[in-house]
Structure formats: C-alpha cells, structure tokens
Ligand binder design. Structure first.
Ligand code: SAH
Length: 353
C-alpha cells in the first residue's frame, strides 16, 4: 500500500494536487501551461477512475501529460496500515507530514458502506469519555488530507456514505472539512450523494449557522446530557457553547428536508440514562424535526465510565419514545480494533513521539 521509496523521492519536489477542487486544480494546471479544460479531464481520471499514471490518460495530449509528470504528484496519501475487525469493519491509519496521524473507519452494513473520517489529528475538545481526547491534539488536517482518507483506501469507489465522526471537531476545521466534502459530493469528484454525508459536532453557534446556511450536508449534534452542569463535566465546550443556545439556533434556522438533523446521545451507565434525562431531552427537542441516535459507551482502558447493558439501552430508548422522540440505537462496530465511536486515536504512534 505504501509507495516505493523511489516514488517518494521522485514526488518530493512536485506539488501535491490530489484533493484540490476543480477551481484550484484549474489554477494549478494553468500556472504550468496546461490548456484550459484539462482540470475536468484530470479530476475524472484521479477521482472517479483512480488512475494516477499519466500514460493511461488517453484523452490528454502528450505535452499536457509531460507537464503533469514534471510538476505534480497526482496520488492521494496512502494509508500506512489497516486493521480488520471480526465484524468486517476496518480501520485505516494515515501518516501526514509533520508526524500527524489520523484514522478512518470503514463500516459495511447491508448495501451501505460507510466511511468515518477524521477532521483533525487528535482533538482539542477534551470530552471526558473520549479516547481521542485523552491523546491530545496534534494539528489540523488540510482538505487534501481529509480527501485522502477516502481516496487512499482500496474500497474508495464502493463507499456510499461518509460521516465526519472520527478524530477531531469538524467545526474547529470547518473550511477544510467543507472543501473536502465538496470534492466528495461533486460529479467530477467522488459523486457521493450529499444526503449521504453527515458532519458530527459538539456545536459552536457561529460555525453552526455557517454550516446550516452554506452547506447541503446532514448534521449530527453531540448532546449527551440535557443538564448544563452535567454536560460541562462530560463536554467542557458546554461552558462556551451551551447546548441550549445550539438548540435555539437550530430552531431559528431549521434543517429542512431532505437534509437530516440528529442528536447523538452517548449512554453512560448510571450517569445520563435516567427517566429525568429522557424527559428533559424530550422537552429540549420538542417541535424540532430531528431524531436521537443513542450510542452505547465504548469502553477503553483507563476510563471510569461504564457501558450500559442492552436492557438499559432499550429502557432509555423506550423512555424517549414514550415522550414522543424518534430514537435509534447505533450498533457499535469494530470495537476489537478500536474503530468504534470515540476510540480512534492513532494511539500507538502519538504516544511515542
Ligand atoms: N467532535 C465531534 C465528532 C466526535 S466523534 C462530536 O463531538 O460530535 C463522534 C461521536 O462519538 C460523538 O458523538 C462523540 O461524543 C462520540 N464518542 C466519543 N467517545 C465515545 C465513546 N468512548 N463511546 C461512544 N461514543 C463516543
């Protein structure tokens, strides 16, 4: 999977253009003397057809191919390792320059093939239940690095859904995330349906407003407790971006069909799964077109939280449903390879560097 050393040396002085949108591709190509229109042809080759050798780009003339070879590295960043779960899910590890690592998880489910990608190397949010948070923050990812998490895996062309629910807080790197998602959704890009792309966030008001007004993607907000004091303990961001204000903003700018709004609710046994929690969640979300997605806590070594039993999960689901809330349960996948929600951390590497 890793390119040969000679390829790496060969590419070292070339501009890395994989993952650029059509406008930036056009600019890069014009700068070196390619004719206008080459960008569309190139995008189809490298994004849709996954062909990176210019020799195979049959609709381009010789001089254009020579310019491409001379100036650009056309390949994505490839993953450096892959782990496979007994349940069929996979986890890919990417190493980006500057010793930044990020992981992506691939989750097959019936006809769906969902890729969960990272928006940052590590995370700054410090949520108390999250393994990513416990390993700190190691830098932003560029939009091209985000694109590589899809473009670099062998299953790329079979992926039907993308969720930005891996490492990091997407709203802390929103420009790069939106640029990458636009490449995923573009017809000249990866042609993934807009409705099959979801961004998960803790919620920051000004970024949230921008996301709602300027992007077509689904939104998932991490709720985890309807009570501010408790949410602050779980998610320190509550102090600067209270969930009440996030919900107020969502009422002001409702997410309209066909986009979807969901609230993720992490279930921590004995912490946030009482009847009072269910009633308060229902009160908070009353009248909002949304659903609640329950995520049973995925335990990791050192965490003092406990996962709920199946019976606790069902009970909380029934309590919410009893209050009129549409509720689904997320079945965690890939726990054995630390690919499940909140477990991506690129741990092996960041701990030793
Ligand atoms: N920063 C974004 C993306 C984080 S990961 C956000 O907070 O939404 C996606 C989801 O996994 C979030 O809802 C997050 O709270 C949840 N999560 C984090 N750690 C978890 C764990 N150990 N078990 C289950 N879900 C977890």
């Amino acid at each position: 999977m890793c390119p040969y050393m000679s390829d790496i040396e060969d590419n070292i002085n070339k501009k890395f253009i994989h993952g650029l949108d059509i406008h930036d591709l056009s600019q890069a190509l014009l700068e070196v003397g390619c004719s206008p229109g080459t960008e569309l042809k190139l995008a189809v080759w490298i994004y849709r057809k996954r062909i990176f050798r210019t020799g195979a780009m049959s609709n381009m003339n010789k001089s254009c191919r020579r310019l491409l070879d001379e100036h650009f590295s056309l390949e994505p960043v490839w993953p450096i390792s892959v782990s496979e779960s007994t349940d069929g899910s996979k986890k890919y590890l990417f190493r980006f320059h500057g010793n930044r690592y990020a992981e992506a998880a691939l989750i097959p489910s019936g006809k769906r093939l969902t890729l969960c990608i990272s928006s940052q190397a590590g995370c700054q949010m410090g949520c108390s239940f999250c393994q990513t948070a416990s390993h700190g923050f190691h830098g932003q990812l560029s939009h091209q690095e985000i694109v590589s998490q899809l473009a670099g895996i062998p299953e790329c062309s079979r992926v039907t859904h993308v969720v930005v629910m891996g490492m990091g807080e997407p709203f802390n790197n929103l420009d790069a995330v939106l640029k990458a998602l636009d490449v995923f959704a573009a017809p000249w890009g990866f042609a993934i349906g807009k409705r099959n792309i979801t961004v998960s966030t803790v919620g920051f008001s000004e970024k949230l407003e921008r996301f709602i007004l300027s992007s077509p993607y689904n939104l998932a907000v991490s709720l985890h407790s309807p009570f501010s004091i408790q949410r602050q303990e779980l998610m320190p961001v509550e102090k600067i971006a209270p969930i009440e204000s996030v919900v107020a903003l969502l009422r002001q700018h409702p997410i309209l069909k066909p986009r979807r709004l969901s609230f993720e609710y992490l279930l921590l046994s004995g912490v946030n799964n009482t009847q009072q929690h269910a009633v308060a969640v229902a009160g908070m979300l009353k009248g909002l077109r949304c659903h609640v997605n329950l995520i049973p806590f995925n335990w990791f070594p050192g965490s003092l939280y406990k996962p709920p039993s199946d019976a606790e999960v069902q009970l909380f689901r029934d309590q919410l449903a009893g209050c009129g809330v549409t509720t689904t349960i997320r079945n965690s996948r890939g726990a054995d390879i630390e690919a499940a929600c909140g477990l991506l951390a690129a741990r092996r590497f960041q701990d030793v560097e």
